[in-house]
Design a protein around this ligand. Structure first.
Ligand SMILES: [Zn+2]
Length: 317
């Protein structure tokens, strides 16, 4: 088959190669890279950028037409949610990247969605992050980590075996399995963050989230649990909540989580013994009892109120 290279494609190829060498030159100059031991490589499946001249969107039909090295291909169907289609139609901007991953074609578009003005919150929804329940709100909604932890647990032995093999195909399988796992966690983070932001918006409240720096040190666990803890997924959940909140005009406050798990959300009494086990909170002073994570989330919500007041009146703080 004859392959013709269209001018825009040729430009992209030249630009990509030139960019790669510019990057390497900077890395070599900064002594971050040895060009002899690590030469430049170009992968066949690497992401390819397409601008509006090479790719056009028919969003209502969920189709694109795209220029390829074999000419123009029309009516290629793509899948996305209704919400994504709405965002694409309203805010898509610039180039899109076409990526081949795990046997799927992914088209990654950039949407520049403006933030909504933040509404003055009438109270705060506190969110506690943890392992057994990934996210627990001060209203008592618990987003279980069971599914994601089960997947990780199941994959752990497989990953260990693949890692030990050191063959090319084992490496590829390992990479694919890790990506599938990451996609699963990301989908879950999207679902949870959406529910949390929707609930806050519906009730006219802001969201209080613990400051995530140092969460790895804070969440101290028994060894088998430690393997299931991936700090990045909490950071991802935090960033998803942040951008969805900004889009919905929901106030977001990060609070210092110190002692939020030991303090009583009813009377403020702080005592290690308030928490006899992982799940139970029972105040030794006033007798208030609640699920431990919900109690923590209520404390975070209270700190959110104080934090917001400090943001609004910095002099008073
Ligand atoms: Zn109490």
């Amino acid at each position: 088959m004859q392959v013709r290279l269209f001018p825009t494609h040729a430009q992209h190829v030249i630009k990509k190669v030139a960019d790669a060498y510019t990057t390497v030159r900077a890395q070599v100059k900064a002594k971050l890279r040895d060009p002899l031991t690590k030469p430049i490589g170009f992968r066949k499946d690497a992401a390819q950028p397409f601008d509006d001249r090479c790719l056009s969107w028919q969003i209502p039909d969920r189709a694109i037409s795209i220029w390829t090295v074999h000419g123009r291909m029309k009516g290629i169907r793509f899948g996305c949610s209704d919400e994504q289609a709405r965002l694409l139609a309203a805010y898509r901007k610039g180039e899109s990247d076409l990526v081949r991953r795990d046997g799927m074609w992914l088209l990654i578009a950039t949407c520049d969605v403006p933030d909504t003005d933040v509404t003055e919150p009438g109270g705060f929804l506190g969110v506690d992050l943890g392992i057994a329940s990934i996210a627990t709100t001060s209203d008592g909604t618990r987003h279980s980590g069971k599914a994601v932890n089960a997947v990780r647990h199941r994959n752990r032995e497989l990953h260990r075996r693949l890692q030990a093999k050191r063959t090319k195909s084992a490496k590829r399988l390992l990479k694919r399995s890790r990506r599938t796992e990451a996609r699963f966690a990301r989908d879950l983070n999207h679902v949870m963050s959406k529910r949390i932001v929707t609930e806050a918006a519906r009730t006219g409240r802001g969201i209080a989230l613990e400051d995530l720096s140092g969460i790895r040190d804070r969440v101290r666990l028994r060894k088998p649990q430690r393997a299931t803890l991936h700090t990045w997924s909490f950071h991802q959940l935090g960033s998803f909540i942040a951008y969805k909140a900004a889009r919905a005009g929901v106030a977001l406050v990060h609070v210092d989580p110190a002692y939020t798990s030991q303090g009583c959300s009813a009377c403020g009494h702080v005592d290690k013994r308030n928490r006899p086990d992982q799940e139970t909170f029972c105040c030794t002073s006033c007798g208030f009892a609640e699920h431990a994570d919900v109690n923590t989330a209520r404390n975070i919500a209270a700190r959110g109120v104080a934090g917001w007041a400090a943001v609004m009146q910095p002099d008073a703080a």
